[in-house]
Design a protein around this ligand. Structure first.
Ligand SMILES: [Zn+2]
Length: 141
């Protein structure tokens, strides 16, 4: 019996679906926020993008509550880019260990877009992210 050939995946749409599916599985496997950060009542992530054009990708706002997955990796909003913004370390930095505080950082996408695959030229999309942890006492106040 000849083995069926594995499907080729150069189609960037299929590749994107694979990337999103992988992220979805990682998100499902992640521990809940209440276990990762037991005192955190709410975590707000604001993502603003700048690609130097008049119409950058839409801003995103994520509000996470204790049952939500403690998962902070976001795909580059360009559909044909394989880049990922990993905010895990920034969330840890904003959360403690003792004094939670809001932090803002600028990151740059290190991925490569489909049109640049031959040159390896980086996407370079700028992300300005603001991470605002709220603890129980902050909300009661
Ligand atoms: Zn990108």
């Amino acid at each position: 019996m000849p083995m069926p050939k594995p499907k080729q995946r150069h189609n960037s749409e299929a590749a994107r679906r694979d990337r999103l599916e992988r992220l979805r599985r990682e998100r499902i496997a992640a521990q809940p926020l209440r276990r990762a950060y037991p005192r955190m009542a709410q975590l707000r992530l604001e993502l603003r993008f700048n690609d130097g054009s008049a119409l950058p990708p839409a801003a995103q706002s994520h509000i996470l509550h204790p049952p939500a997955a403690a998962f902070f990796r976001f795909p580059c909003p360009f559909a044909d880019c394989d880049g990922l913004f990993d905010l895990t370390g920034l969330v840890a930095e904003s959360a403690g260990p003792k004094t939670p505080r809001e932090i803002s950082r600028n990151l740059e996408c290190q991925g490569v877009r489909a049109r640049d695959r031959l040159t390896g030229h980086r996407c370079g999309l700028q992300l300005e992210c603001t991470i605002s942890p709220n603890y129980l006492q902050d909300i009661a106040a």
